[in-house]
Structure formats: C-alpha cells, structure tokens
Design a protein around this ligand. Structure first.
Ligand SMILES: Cc1ncc(COP(=O)(O)O)c(C=O)c1O
Length: 370
C-alpha cells in the first residue's frame, strides 16, 4: 500500500510481528527514556552518481529492526551522521500532535550542510514523521509528562573508505515512548562544570546536531555522574569561561527584575527548538529576553548577590528542568535544597500546556499527526 503524506508517497510494509496490546501496555506502564522502540521505522534513501545525479527515493514505512550496513559504510569510520529529536503528544481528545517540526526539519538541514550530507526536503521530513506516527499511533502514551519521542537521523551508508562526502545516505525515523527524562518528580538538578573538556570549538560542529558532538561529551558526562550530577555544563575556556550549554540542553537565567538571559548563539551552541520557544513564551508573558555572553563569574556572583534568582535548562527530552547547584571541585554555586523557581515553573507550564493542548497555540506551533 502507498500513502501520500505532504505530497510524498511512502510505501507501507507493515510489521508482520508487531508487539501485542499486552506487551505494549507493559512497556507504556513505565517507558523511561529511550529504552523501547515502536513496531515501525520510516526510511528515505538517497543516492547520487559521480556527476551528482540522483536524489532522495524509496520512501517507506517498514518494520523496526537492525539495519544492514556494509562494514566499510562511511558512517562507521568518519562519523558522517546527524540527528534530530522531537515529540508526539496525545491530547485529551485522543488526537496526536507534534511541536514545531518545521524547526527540526530546518535544523536537520543546517546540520546536513555542516556535515556535507544532502539536505532533506521538508515534505520528506514531515511525511516520515506523520507516516510513522500513524502506523504506531497506539504507542503514543497519554499520561502526564509522557510523549512519543521521535528520533530522525541521517547516516552515510556508502561502502567506501576514501575521505569524502558519501554519495549514498539513508534518512530514518525511529520512535520511543518516553516518560519523565530525569525520572520522578521535578526536582532541581545538580550540574557539573567541565573544566577539562569542551564539546565544541570555533569552526567546529557545535551548532550542528551530529553524533560526534555527543561522543565528545560522554567523558565529561561520566565525570559529572561520578560526582553525583545529572548533566555537565560546557564553558568556552578561551572566552572568559562563557557559559555555553549542557550536554543536551540550553541554559536560561532569570534575573531579579524578571527578565531572562540566555547565552548568545556563538557557533558552538546548538540552537534548541525549546530555547527559541522559551524566548517567545517569556516575551508573551511580558518579560524581556536577552541573548548575550554570560560568564561563569557572572553566574557565581549573580547567585550570591541575588541578581540571578533562577537558572534552568531546556530541551525537548526534559522540557524545562530547574538547576539547583552548579559545582566542581572548586565551585559550589546555588543550594542543594533549592526548590523549583516560580518563573521556571510558569514557563514550563505554559510550554507544556501548548504542547499538550491545554493552553492556546497562539503561534501555530502544533501540527496534527493523527
Ligand atoms: C547539545 C544540545 N543543546 C540543546 C538541546 C536542546 O534542543 P531542543 O530544544 O531542540 O531539544 C539539545 C537537544 O536536542 C542538545 O542536544
């Protein structure tokens, strides 16, 4: 069967062995994050010849399962890979929606340009998401704080060991039911300062969402966890220890006057869809929002003087998470028994309300998937 989504035909080769309703219910009872995957995957392949003739083709939805790759596939050697992350939310009437998918499609293509991968027309991105969610709609959880996490990604599949941009590429979307990212109640988290490691450098790939950035961040994340912290903060060591971002989230500061500050995009920070949405939601609440350089010194001194009243992190997976403590062996900023701040919680509630259909979507951020 073929289906047309956003003007692109997706061939449907549905799984012969989907999970039973009982198996699915057992998974949905406690999905955690990134542990379980739905019955299907959406795929679009790309190939061009030496003259660059060809393009995207063979859009399909098929059973979720291992990918067959040649051992010389470029992605396995040179890390030519990019990905995205967004969620599908079940609203009270049972309908399923996603949040600002065009922004993820645009960021995927920004990442593609940086990693010398082909850009994917938006209709394929949106079509793949819609087709996958329609095939797996029973997997979209309905509980509070739950959603179906969607993971689009693009890999260089060409079997060739020369170092050049691959001519064969595959774009795929997989989906994973997700509960609360940090588990349990919304408590302020402790963050570890990475002194030794950077996740990105000037001219590098920090503004792209590519696997290599995350590979580079894992050692710092291990250090954070070994010190009882949930995430790591990366600083620009060559620019007065300017605050960049966490391993997987952007950072906001709430100032005494009610305004918000977030690090300016410098080429080494990933431009989060949540970050841009938080800025708009805060402006809608009448707050001033500034993107500028903010250093570790300003964080420390601002918390001590009361100039900074709240700090929070934001990203698709964890939405908005208050930061209670920032520390390393020489610093301890904040307080271990801090409660979530009022502004943090108000912005979180408003954003979640829009995503889950309980607050009006005044900016047209939602797209219906099923
Ligand atoms: C490094 C990094 N920064 C920021 C973010 C937040 O981006 P978004 O709000 O689009 O999820 C993410 C998550 O995708 C990330 O991996």
């Amino acid at each position: 069967m073929t289906q047309t989504a956003h003007g692109v035909e997706f061939n449907q080769q549905l799984s012969a062995t989907p999970k039973s309703a009982e198996e699915r219910a057992a998974i949905l009872a406690n999905p955690g994050f990134g542990n379980y995957f739905t019955d299907h995957t959406a795929v679009v392949d790309y190939s061009v010849n030496e003259q660059g003739e060809g393009g995207w083709h063979t859009a399909r939805v098929e059973a979720y399962g291992p990918i067959s790759l040649d051992p010389s596939a470029a992605v396995l050697h040179y890390g030519q890979e990019i990905f995205e992350g967004l969620k599908a939310y079940r609203h009270a009437d049972g309908s399923i929606w996603t949040f600002r998918p065009e922004a993820n499609a645009a960021r995927l293509n920004k990442s593609a340009r940086r990693l010398a991968l082909p850009e994917l027309p938006e209709e394929y991105f949106l079509g793949a998401i819609r087709e996958l969610v329609q095939a797996d709609k029973e997997w979209v959880p309905a509980g509070e704080g739950e959603a179906l996490y969607l993971r689009p990604f693009m890999i260089a599949t060409e079997a060739f060991l020369g170092v050049r941009a691959a001519r064969e590429v595959s774009f795929r979307v997989i989906a994973s039911p997700a509960g609360n990212y940090f588990g349990g109640e919304l408590k302020p988290v402790s963050i570890w300062i990475s002194r030794e490691y950077a996740r990105a450098g000037r001219g590098g790939t920090g503004a792209a969402k590519c696997g290599g950035n995350y590979a580079a961040s894992l050692i710092a994340q291990q250090e954070a966890e070994a010190n009882g912290c949930k995430q790591v903060l990366f600083l620009d060591h060559f620019n007065d220890d300017a605050v960049e971002e966490l391993g997987g989230m952007n950072v906001f500061f709430v100032m005494k006057d009610g305004s918000l500050v977030t690090p300016a995009l410098s080429g080494t920070i990933l431009e989060g869809v949540t970050r841009m949405s938080v800025m708009q939601v805060a402006k809608d609440m009448g707050r001033e929002v500034t993107e500028r350089k903010i250093t570790l010194d300003e964080w420390r001194d601002g918390v001590a003087s009361g100039e900074i009243t709240e700090v929070f992190a934001c990203g698709t997976a964890a939405v908005i998470t208050p930061i209670g403590v920032l520390k390393d062996t020489t610093e301890f900023i904040g307080s271990a028994d801090a409660a979530a701040g009022e502004t943090t919680m108000a912005i979180r509630e408003q954003l979640l309300g829009i995503q889950t259909g309980t607050a009006p979507d005044t900016h047209g951020w939602l797209t219906r998937l099923a």
